[in-house]
Design a protein around this ligand. Structure first.
Ligand code: NAD
Ligand code: TYD
Length: 356
């Protein structure tokens, strides 16, 4: 699939964390593409994430819901969309534990709507078309003792309502490929970090709380392990797979960068205190161990060898420098943090963590 031709790409969820980086990357790198960002603007979507590209001539925004099949049909026909990069989702495990239904609705039914609208619109004319489904390593479940990392062939074993909904959406994407011939690719990425991530997730939550001298809520003993990937490395991988991935294939995307949660939090404390000129160790006492997350997966690690072998992708950011840059970004964007931690966030935070 050539990157020099004119194209119209619909990015869903482009006002969210990863989606906004995808939109910015494609708008800037491919000025001959039209990029349409379809987003419902839930609590997780912020158009200010895209302020620097909002007036680019090849970018437009549509306020809409992937669960609205008629909107999708009209949009795909009118705009002659020939590529989809699908990121719109409910994405937070803790919210899925509290209420799984929006996860089934958006992640499963929304994805199914999008597949159906695309199938009808492209109507067997698959040449030059591509549906790229962005998914997670969490569909594989937790690694068992002795297992090194997940390959693409690992069986699906989701544990949280979030990962169950993403697994289900992955299956529908494959079903549309196998049954109707829809030209699809899937990517399953490990945990992302970087600018514009909502402060409900571990890294931005801790940066925010360290700045505010608030407790850092660590589930269990903080021994759970995640494989952290800089969001721009994820976006580069999406670019490679969207353009050059093999039809019908899944590609794992991971940082080969496993860390225990407690060690990530300690590094964040060090970086934030250094940036703020505070004495070393002064925020260590903020660490607060709280009751473990229900069904908390102990360890994720992803084997991205296929992506490296077939498409030459490798992560470019080292964790220490990527995390320090991320800390600086949050400190320099206090207005952004303030906007996304308004009263709805405060209510969510109080319900989740109480007085902790
Ligand atoms: P996010 O929560 O920051 O953003 C989600 C975006 O989707 C928001 O802009 C929201 O408004 C939009 N949205 C939600 N429901 C919608 C609907 N019904 N219709 C249209 N738009 C809707 O999420 P994120 O962290 O950027 O994740 C993006 C995608 O990447 C998700 O599919 C997620 O499963 C996947 N993923 C995320 C990570 C991670 O570490 N964050 C890792 C692997 C995969
Ligand atoms: P999170 O950023 O929510 O991503 P995911 O659940 O998709 O991996 O959480 C990352 C890890 O940090 C996970 O093991 C849960 C843990 N965690 C805490 O210990 N405390 C918190 O307040 C949050 C949000 C997460």
């Amino acid at each position: 699939m050539a990157s020099d031709q004119q194209r119209c790409i619909l990015v869903t969820g482009g006002a969210g964390f990863i989606g906004s980086h995808v939109v910015r990357h494609f708008v800037r790198k491919y000025p001959h593409y039209r990029i349409i960002n379809l987003d419902k603007l839930t609590y997780a979507g912020h158009l200010e994430n895209l302020i620097d590209v909002q007036s680019a001539p090849n970018y437009s925004f549509v306020h809409g819901d992937i669960c609205d099949l008629e909107t999708l049909r009209a949009l795909l026909r009118e705009e002659k969309v020939d590529g989809i990069i699908h990121l719109a989702a409910e994405s937070h495990v803790d919210r899925s534990i509290r209420d799984p239904f929006p996860f089934a609705h958006t992640n499963v039914i929304g994805t199914l709507n999008l597949l159906q609208a695309v199938r009808e619109c492209w109507n067997g004319q698959w040449e030059g078309k591509r549906f790229h489904h962005v998914s997670t390593d969490e569909v594989y479940g937790a690694l068992k003792p002795g297992e090194t990392s997940f390959e693409e062939t690992a069986p699906y074993s989701p544990h949280s309502p979030y990962s169950a909904s993403k697994a289900s959406s992955d299956h529908f994407v494959r079903a549309y490929h196998d049954t109707y011939g829809l030209p699809v690719v899937l990517t399953n990425s490990s945990n992302n970090y970087g600018p514009y991530q909502s402060p409900e997730k571990l890294i931005p939550l801790c940066i925010h709380n360290i700045c505010e001298n608030k407790p850092l809520p660590i589930y269990g003993k903080g021994e759970n392990i995640r494989d952290w990937l800089h969001v721009q490395d994820h976006v580069q991988a999406i670019d490679e797979v969207f353009h050059r991935g093999r039809d019908g294939e899944s590609y794992n995307i991971g940082g080969a960068n496993e860390w225990k949660n407690i060690d990530v939090v300690k590094m964040l404390i060090r970086f934030v205190d250094e940036e703020l000129g505070r004495p070393s160790g002064c925020s260590d006492g903020l660490i607060t161990y709280i009751t473990d997350r229900a069904g908390h997966d102990l360890r994720y690690a992803i084997n991205a060898e296929k992506l490296h072998r077939e498409l030459g992708w490798a992560p470019q950011h080292s964790f220490e420098s990527g995390l320090r840059e991320t800390v600086r970004w949050y400190l320099e964007h206090a207005d952004w943090v303030q906007n996304v931690t308004g009263s709805a966030y405060e209510r969510y935070y109080d319900e989740m963590y109480g007085n902790k």
